[in-house]
Design a protein around this ligand. Structure first.
Ligand SMILES: Nc1ncnc2c1ncn2[C@@H]1O[C@H](COP(=O)(O)OP(=O)(O)OP(=O)(O)O)[C@@H](O)[C@H]1O
Ligand SMILES: [Mg+2]
Length: 239
């Protein structure tokens, strides 16, 4: 299947007496075009799961499929993990991590440029995304001149710049007020639909948890799927 499939993924950090079993066999599936919430207490393995999926950390076992391709099955199945991260996965973090000496447009355009697109095409694509995220009027500004919410929207544009089939967001709305947090969720939902992206959002944020149609709760290193409130209000939901 396209999208994301995780089967029995485990992760042990360290070894011997100090070993930590952060994930003990996680199962999860996200369809293209779907935004799924991932919640659970601090230390339950949420970031570890995103790092495994994002090929930042190597799992200890299990299987992971992205966009129809098995990327891990006991061992990495892809030789160029940097290219995988760069071309096929968008990351959104709690802090925007924009590059301070590039203007807003180039912060976004840099991503397709690094993947080999021409400067002109990269900037055109960046501008289109900034427009969709309602920050195009700040394209020539430096990141430090933007508000926190504007910076976060730029970081979302950057995550989408290569139209990755997968976006992994770790607490993307934590620093935002309710209105901004909900607008980020709306943007992620519309981007998911428009580009057929599978999106996982790790969050503690009570403001956005009710918006998910499906939620995975992680507990003791294992996931349990729950229907989100977004499912019950599907007809009337603005998300
Ligand atoms: N690099 C590491 N080395 C050793 N242990 C680690 C490492 N990274 C995380 N852990 C441990 O793995 C467990 C899961 O951590 P993780 O960061 O995935 O939790 P989390 O659910 O994201 O928590 P939070 O909500 O606080 O961000 C924790 O017990 C943590 O201490
Ligand atoms: Mg975390």
């Amino acid at each position: 299947m396209n999208g994301i499939k995780i089967e029995g993924v485990s992760k042990r950090y360290g070894s011997g007496e100090t070993a930590v079993d952060a994930l003990k066999g996680v199962d999860m599936e996200v369809e293209p075009g779907e935004v799924v919430g991932l919640i659970g207490p601090s230390g339950s393995g949420k970031s570890t799961l995103l790092k495994c999926l994002g090929a930042v950390v190597e799992p200890t076992g299990g299987k992971m499929t992205l966009g129809g391709e098995t990327i891990y099955d006991g061992v990495w199945k892809i030789s160029d993990l940097r290219a995988l991260r760069r071309d096929r996965i968008g990351f959104i973090f709690q802090a925007p991590y924009l590059i301070p000496f590039l203007d807003v447009l180039d912060n976004v355009a840099l991503v397709p440029m690094l993947s080999g697109y021409s400067d002109g095409d990269s900037r055109a694509r960046a501008l289109e995304l900034l427009e969709a995220l309602d920050v195009a009027h700040r394209a020539a500004a430096m990141p430090s001149q933007l508000s926190g919410g504007e910076q976060q929207r730029v970081s979302i544009a950057r995550a989408l710049a290569n139209r990755p089939p997968v976006i992994l967001a770790d607490e993307p709305t934590a620093p935002l007020d309710s209105e901004r947090a909900l607008s980020v969720v709306r943007i992620l939902n519309s981007m998911a639909k428009q580009y057929e992206t599978a999106i996982i959002v790790v969050t503690h944020d009570e403001k956005i948890i009710p918006t998910f149609r499906r939620i995975y709760r992680i507990r003791d290193g294992r996931t349990v799927e729950e229907a989100g409130e977004g499912r019950r209000t599907r007809e009337s939901s603005p998300y």
